[in-house]
Ligand binder design. Structure first.
Ligand SMILES: [Mn+2]
Length: 319
């Protein structure tokens, strides 16, 4: 699974950079923060990078945190980069080029489609979240799992399993979650802050989306769309759209939920969720990626044409 001995490799570097993906989710943020704390315990100088802003809902957990969206050149110090939760380097967006300035790239991920782009690769698709892999590394390196690290890892696991509801939730996931609770993590606080609470402005936007929700003639595909103007109208940040798609997917009889976010620059971000079918092939065929039941892609074109094309692709797949 891992193609290098981690400990001797870490001994070679005093400085370590950690990168995670654009539109960071709980796994990206939680696994990166836990790994940062772990490496700091080993006496390393660590910097965290993400090519995006961190959604507001994480603020209460990482208020003292500095995840930079501006790259800082490492100078003359040899620097090892860890890339967490990224199936390919395009997920680093404008920070992709910065990796080339570093001395080694260590890829840690759980997407089965991971391109193994690193000099070293630790890819385990059986892990429900990158946070699961980080938990195991912390154990293997015999580091202290603090309450704070446990909280970060719990957020990672809960995020990628939809609060332990998706079928990637394994006995291993629950075992680790149990160990994290033993460290003092409060599960109801995490669920409320990360998954349940939404701002009132986001609620108003959601109400508009639900009003315009569409169902195809078979009743198996439901979709919603928003454009950047609607978001601006309510003062909603795109990161707050997470979770809207579940309303479409959760309707009885619906197999696939789709969500379209049309931006001003002519790009549409499409999200897919499915109950049982593997929907990721559609995201891949459109240049995106993800997991069997949760994936997404970006398409440039006219909003109504994109919606029509995507819904046709889903219909063809379900037929
Ligand atoms: Mn993940």
């Amino acid at each position: 699974m891992i193609d290098v001995e981690l400990e001797p490799l870490l001994q070679k570097y005093e400085q370590i950079y950690i990168f995670t993906h654009i539109r960071p989710d709980g796994d990206a943020i939680g696994s990166s923060l836990a790994w940062e704390r772990a490496l700091k315990q080993m006496g390393k100088s660590v910097k965290l990078f993400c090519p995006d802003v961190i959604p507001q809902k994480y603020a209460s957990f990482i208020s003292d945190e500095n995840i930079s969206n501006v790259f800082v050149a490492p100078g003359d110090t040899p620097t090892l980069a860890f890339v967490l939760d990224c199936s390919d380097l395009d997920r680093l967006d404008y920070m992709k080029e910065d990796l080339l300035k570093l001395d080694g790239v260590f890829n840690i991920d759980h997407h089965k489609t991971n391109l193994r782009f690193g000099d070293y690769n630790l890819v385990d698709p059986s892990a429900a979240a990158t946070g699961e892999i980080i938990y195991r590394l912390i154990q293997d390196l015999q580091l202290e799992l603090t309450e704070e690290m446990s909280l970060f890892l719990y957020i990672a696991l809960a995020s990628d399993t939809g609060s332990f509801k998706y079928d990637n939730t394994s006995p291993q996931t629950m075992y680790i979650a149990g160990k994290l609770l033993e460290k003092g993590v409060n599960p109801s606080f995490v669920s409320m802050k990360i998954f349940d609470e939404i701002s009132f402005s986001s609620f108003l936007l959601l109400r508009d989306c639900l009003q315009a929700l569409k169902l195809d003639e078979t009743g198996k595909i439901a979709w919603m769309s928003v454009d950047e103007k609607m978001l601006a109208g309510y003062g909603v940040n795109p990161s707050e759209l997470d979770g809207y798609i579940n309303y479409a997917k959760n309707i009885s009889g619906v197999e696939v939920g789709a969500f379209f976010y049309h931006t001003m620059d002519g790009e549409t971000k499409v999200g897919f969720r499915s109950k049982t079918v593997d929907i990721s092939s559609i995201a891949f065929s459109l240049g995106g990626g993800g997991h069997p039941h949760a994936s997404g892609c970006s398409i440039v074109g006219k909003p109504d044409e994109i919606e029509k094309m995507v819904i046709q692709k889903i219909s063809a797949m379900l037929a």
